[in-house]
Design a protein around this ligand. Sequence first.
Ligand SMILES: [Zn+2]
Ligand SMILES: [Zn+2]
Length: 85
Amino acid sequence: MLPLDPQADPGRRAWVACPKCADAQGCEPCEERRTCSTHWRYLLTNTGSLLHLQCPACTHVWVHESGFGATRSVWNRIVGALPRL
Ligand SMILES: [Zn+2]
Ligand SMILES: [Zn+2]
């Protein structure tokens, strides 16, 4: 297990499935691609559309190509401070 990155901040989260532990499998809000309060990843940094993420469950670190480019709405769907109720 890796230590949590010093940039890991629960105030900056992204809702992207973890490629390593698949902890969101079978979770209803995740499968509906809603912002789940249980399954989210630390957003360490982002460079353009590349997101550097860390999974709080297994501490896996990876880069996710969000492909949002100029479309702000996609960005807003996967990244946010807190799930909206
Ligand atoms: Zn994980
Ligand atoms: Zn979930």
